[in-house]
Design a protein around this ligand. Structure first.
Ligand code: SAM
Length: 295
């Protein structure tokens, strides 16, 4: 099913979510105004305005980010690993072209350096221009080293090390596919400092459980702790989204609520979704999700 007339009213263009088409499920967002559309050479990028979710972007027909609900994903992908780590000075973001993760990372004054490796400069260029509220000026932060490259190659080749690695990738199709391979996870692990942690965009388990299971199988081979935590982002349809968690430091996941509250207070963050209680609760996995983590 390609973009086209509305399923019902026939008014305007509808951008159709393509992620589950072959399984026979989709949803559609009416594009009240298309702000940008381009074949970037890496992927098909559309940035448009929708009445309910504000400005939003799809890549190859898959919802990436919307102004209305992005705070949930970006806060949980960033503050959970950084506050659990407690002394993160160097952060690596793989993907993240819209700048939402970067915006949340640079809010941590304790972070001294951020490397962001994005494969498609067009995503960053057009999101800066058309979705400026997502990055909110973070691309100008002096701590940022912005690299346009394949994240899988970067982690193989760089000698740098990081306390936290955040893989804010697309889904495992197209350019994002390499970021779900064991060799990528192994190379990313080699970039972690002792006690470091990697978190990954790992899809909606109810819809993409096999992807989570595949990542967790690799993480179990690579890390002492292989798990995930959950947050529900309305436009990632199908229930809570899993954020993969890999580390050799067994204390990070069991940090006390009191300690988290101290670190949150010290960080001085004003958030709209993340709280220390939500952080702790996010690791409480429903039985069916546990089944993907530890079959
Ligand atoms: N939050 C979104 C989600 O959960 O699907 C992801 C947002 S972000 C736009 C995903 C980014 O990953 C895109 O900018 C895309 O260009 C980038 N990307 C895909 N494959 C990549 C690769 N191999 N190396 C680096 N960046 C990649």
């Amino acid at each position: 099913m390609t973009d086209g007339a509305a399923p019902r009213t026939g008014k305007g263009r509808w951008v159709v979510e393509s992620l589950y088409e072959k399984e026979g499920f989709t949803c559609a967002f009416r594009a009240d105004r298309v702000l940008y559309e381009e074949e970037t050479g890496q992927q098909h990028l559309v940035i448009f305005e929708n009445g309910l979710f504000g400005r939003m972007m799809t890549l190859d027909g898959i919802t990436q980010v919307t102004e209305r609900d992005e705070f949930i994903y970006h806060e949980m992908m960033t503050h959970v690993p950084i506050l659990a780590h407690g002394a993160a000075k160097r952060v690596l973001i793989v993907g993240g072209g819209d700048g939402g993760i970067l915006r949340e990372v640079v809010r941590h004054e304790s972070v001294e350096h951020v490397t962001m490796v994005e494969i498609d400069p067009a995503v960053t260029d057009f999101c800066k221009a058309q979705l400026p509220r997502i990055s909110a000026g973070a691309f100008d932060d002096p701590r940022l080293d912005l690299v346009f490259a394949d994240g899988a190659k970067f982690v193989e080749e760089t000698p740098a090390s990081y306390d936290v690695v955040i893989v804010d990738s697309t889904d495992p199709i197209g350019p994002g596919e390499v970021l779900f391979r064991e060799e990528f996870y192994r190379a990313a692990k080699a970039r972690l400092t002792p006690g470091g942690v990697i978190v990954t965009q790992n899809g909606v388990p109810f819809m993409q459980g096999d992807e989570l299971a595949a990542t967790m199988e690799k993480f179990r081979r690579l890390f002492k702790v292989a798990s995930c935590y959950l947050a529900t982002i309305p436009t990632y349809v199908g229930g809570p989204m899993a954020m993969g968690w890999g580390t050799d430091d067994e204390t990070l996941k069991s940090i006390s609520l009191e300690e988290l509250e101290k670190r949150f207070e010290k960080a001085g963050l004003v958030t709209r979704y993340y709280t220390p209680e939500v952080h702790k609760a996010a690791f409480a996995l429903p039985r069916y999700v546990q089944g993907y983590v530890n079959p």
